[in-house]
Every structure is written in C-alpha cells, then in structure tokens.
Ligand binder design. Structure first.
Ligand code: NDP
Length: 329
C-alpha cells in the first residue's frame, strides 16, 4: 500500500506533535512543513525534513495527500482551513465549540467546490470526547451528561494571567472537583454550577517589587476567566516555575448517568477518561489516525466537510476488517 503523504501547516506545539506521530505510523510519511514565518528560521525535529513558506503550498498540491492544519483556533483556523481546502484534503483541530457550525459551513463550501475532503474539529475535545458524548446520549436517552476537564494547562487562562500587571511568568491549571465527580458517579444526577465543577489553580512568578495582593485580586476577579470559579494564586520563583511547570498535561472525563428498565430505576453509568502528559502530542496522534481514514474515504469518492461523527471507526485502524474482527471484537 502506498504511504499517505502528510503536509503540516503551522509549526507550533501541535505541528511538532504531528511530525512525531508520523514516526509511529509506517503507512504515513512527512511530505513537508509549511509556515508563515521565514522557513529558514523554523527548525524541524526530523533531520532532512523540508520546511516551506505557506505561500508555496499551492505548488505542492499534487505531492500531499492530507494537509494537517495546526494553526490556532482563535484566529488562524477560521481562515486557514477553508483556504487550504481549496488546494488540499485537510484536517484541523478547531476547538471553539460555539463556532463549529459556522466553521463547518465555510469549510464544506470550499471543499465541495474544489472536490476535496475536509475533517474538522478533531482531537480529544472536540474529537474523542464528542464521540463519547454521542455514544453515551444515544445509548442512555434518559440521563444526564457531564464533562470535566483537567487537571491540565489551559492556554487561554495562562495567557490571561500573563497579561496581569506585575506578572512575569504564569500558568493556569484547570482542576476537576473530585466531590462533584463522585456525586455524578453516585447516580444522583446533580445540577452543578460552574464553580462546583472546576477549580482554577494559578502559578505566578511576580515581577520584582510587584504588589502580590493586587495581582491575586486582579486574577481572581477577572471577568469571563476567573470570577465564576474558586481560584488559588501561588507565587513561586522562576527556578521553581522552570522545574515544575514545563509540560502541557491535560485530560478529563465524559460521564453519563442514566436510568433504564421498568419504571426507570436501574442506574447505568458511562465514564470515559483521558490523562495526558502532553496535550499536543496526544491531539496530534488523534489527527494522524484520522488522516488514514480521510485517505480511505477520499479514495471512495467522499468530498466536503466531515467531523468525527461521520468517520467509520474501522477506517482509523491500519488493520483490515478481517484482522479487526479477529482481534478486537
Ligand atoms: P501554538 O501557539 O504552538 O501554534 C499555533 C501557530 O502559531 C503555529 O501553527 C505557528 O504557525 C505559530 N507559531 C508557533 N510557534 C511560533 C513562534 N515561536 N513564533 C511565531 N509563531 C509561532 O499552538 P498549538 O500548536 O499548541 O495549538 C494549536 C491549536 O490546536 C490550538 O489553538 C487549539 O485550538 C488546538 N487544539 C485542539 C485540541 C482538540 O482536542 N481539538 C487539543 C489541543 C489543541 P506558523 O508556523 O505558520 O508561524
């Protein structure tokens, strides 16, 4: 079987993760890395890997089977994915949940007009968590669903604390509240407020002479970020920051508590969880197995935009249908 030729568009944490995930899949190969920066300033992890300007991507339309777009969700992907879908089959990890319908429509139009296939919003949330929510709610129609995130680094909240006056370095962890998860597991189907589900834990290196009480107050009262949560602010030295806060862990839980049976008194609990030491490396691994599925669906003639919901699970695996039935059913 010919290898799936992968392009990486955007070389940040996720882009590097995709490059590393390709190494673990011998049916994939790296065709090139594309960046908006000067390509000579971007150093790939793999010796010999080619880095191109994104402006030259068009010239490689015949050399890439799937372009994995690794830009940021806030401003890059809403533009980059529809643009790239005119030239390539594409995959992205767009994670602004509220804007997925709008993003889907834009990408679908571009992909249908050019005859390409696009997968959007893949990763773990959205992505694997979305699939688990769908399975759980379809199986237990009488029930209640919950998603808890963490413990993990929230990039958006970390950026927000770094903008507070007097903060030199900062990182924020989202922490699920154990007692809330236990209440869900008990089957009581609690109504949980935002504050009851997650804590926000901040680690800050202050500027010299900064007013620590003011920093703490500015963080805890920040609208839309911290004001609806119980937040702790811890001040540490730069050395401690470098030693203890240099990874990007994340994870979380999708839960559904449902009732079945005559009189609907039988409690059924579904729980799916992830504990990730590296969010971008894991997300990249999800994108790569969906690239395999994309290549298969494209070969069957599919075009337009799809999400995790539209992909047959067997297409993610390197194994044949026969091998899967023998080893995993
Ligand atoms: P980064 O900030 O590391 O990278 C985003 C873009 O910024 C890159 O594509 C790159 O574009 C540019 N960039 C990276 N490093 C530099 C630099 N040193 N100087 C200038 N520009 C740089 O973001 P991540 O890779 O961590 O995340 C990308 C997106 O993935 C997130 O926005 C998030 O939405 C999504 N995501 C989705 C998940 C899911 O489960 N669905 C999970 C995790 C992330 P270029 O090379 O063109 O300059």
């Amino acid at each position: 079987m010919e290898k799936v030729r992968i392009g990486i568009s955007g070389y940040g944490n996720l882009g590097r993760g995709v490059e590393l995930a390709i190494r673990q899949n011998d049916d994939m190969e790296l065709a090139g890395i594309f960046t908006r920066r000067d390509p000579s300033t971007v150093k790939p992890l793999t010796a010999g890997a080619k880095v191109y300007s994104i402006a030259d991507a068009e010239k490689m339309a015949n050399d890439i089977d799937v372009m994995i777009i690794c830009g940021g969700s806030a401003t890059d992907l809403p533009k980059q994915t529809p643009e790239m879908a005119k030239l390539f089959n594409v995959i992205d990890s767009f994670d602004t949940h509220k804007r997925i319908p709008e993003h889907f429509a834009n990408v679908d139009k571009a992909a249908k007009e050019s005859g390409h296939l696009a997968f959007i919003s893949l990763g773990w949330d959205p992505g694997l968590f979305s699939l688990n929510r769908l399975y759980a709610e379809s199986i237990l129609p009488n029930g209640k669903s919950y998603t808890f995130w963490g413990k993990g680094v929230s990039q958006g909240h970390s950026d927000a604390i770094r903008r507070v006056e007097g903060v030199k370095r900062g990182i924020q962890y989202t922490v699920p509240i154990e007692s809330a998860m236990e209440a869900v597991r008990s089957g009581s189907q609690p109504e949980l407020t935002t504050r009851q589900k997650h804590l926000r834990e901040c680690w800050v290196v202050p500027e010299e002479g900064a007013d620590l009480a003011k920093i703490e107050n500015d963080i805890k009262t920040m609208k839309n970020y911290f004001d609806e949560y119980d937040t702790t602010v811890n001040f540490i030295t730069e050395e401690e920051f470098d030693a203890k806060h240099n990874k990007m862990p994340h994870g979380g839980f999708v839960m559904r508590s449902g009732l079945t049976g005559d009189g609907e008194k039988t409690h059924q609990m579904i729980e799916y969880s992830l504990k990730l030491e590296s969010n971008p490396e894991f997300t990249a691994s999800v994108l790569i197995c969906f690239a395999r599925a994309l290549a298969r669906m494209k070969a069957e003639g599919a075009t337009g935009c799809k999400t995790a919901f539209d992909v047959p699970p067997a297409y993610l695996s390197k194994l044949s249908g026969e091998e899967l039935r023998a080893s995993m059913l």
